[in-house]
Design a protein around this ligand. Structure first.
Ligand SMILES: C[S@@+](CC[C@H](N)C(=O)[O-])C[C@H]1O[C@@H](n2cnc3c(N)ncnc32)[C@H](O)[C@@H]1O
Length: 161
């Protein structure tokens, strides 16, 4: 069982408030139309998915976390490194405090780029030892239009190069 499955019972109690704050900040920065399709990679329990007012899909490899989701959107069991979608499937792809957990960050970021049409929001835990590697890869793979530092994460607002 993976770490996130192990802590699935307490995950929302531990992290809900801070994650909702990050998503509120993201929503203040991007325009989402109800017709947009959005994929959230590493969505965990999906605690903020209903805040995105469009056609949302979540993906996460921890079965116990995704079982906690009781909202109206679809969540499927998948790793960032192998996203089960054709190229250019989603108007927006987000990944919130999850990239530092990918086994293969470069592969995961390239998959995110492949399945997204144009817009990407990538939020990374600042205290992750992988932060500078992830930042370097994001700048290589995407065009970074804006970077925001909040309490716990750095958030990259990107488009396709
Ligand atoms: C800190 S949690 C964040 C969850 C959610 N985005 C949130 O903000 O509440 C990190 C998430 O990354 C997921 N994760 C771990 N390895 C992953 C991978 N290879 N691909 C996609 N997600 C992964 C975990 O299962 C976990 O749900």
């Amino acid at each position: 069982m993976g770490y996130y499955d192990e802590i699935s019972e307490g995950y929302e109690e531990l992290h809900k408030e801070e994650q909702l704050k990050k998503v509120a900040l993201i929503l203040s920065k991007i325009k989402i139309s109800p017709k947009d399709t959005l994929l959230d990679v590493g969505c965990g329990t999906g605690l903020y998915l209903d805040m995105f007012r469009c056609n949302v899909t979540g993906a996460d490899p921890a079965p116990k976390l995704i079982r906690k989701y009781k909202g109206k959107h679809k969540i499927l069991l998948a790793r960032a490194e192998e996203l089960p979608f054709p190229d250019n499937s989603f108007d927006i792809v987000t990944s919130i405090t999850a990239i530092q957990n990918f086994e293969d960050v470069e592969k995961g970021l390239n998959e995110i780029k492949r399945v997204g049409k144009r817009r990407f929001v990538l939020s990374i835990l600042k205290r992750s030892p992988k932060l500078s590697l992830i930042e370097k890869l994001i700048k290589e793979i995407f065009l970074v239009n804006e970077t925001i530092e909040e309490d716990k994460d750095v958030i990259f607002f990107c488009t396709k190069k």
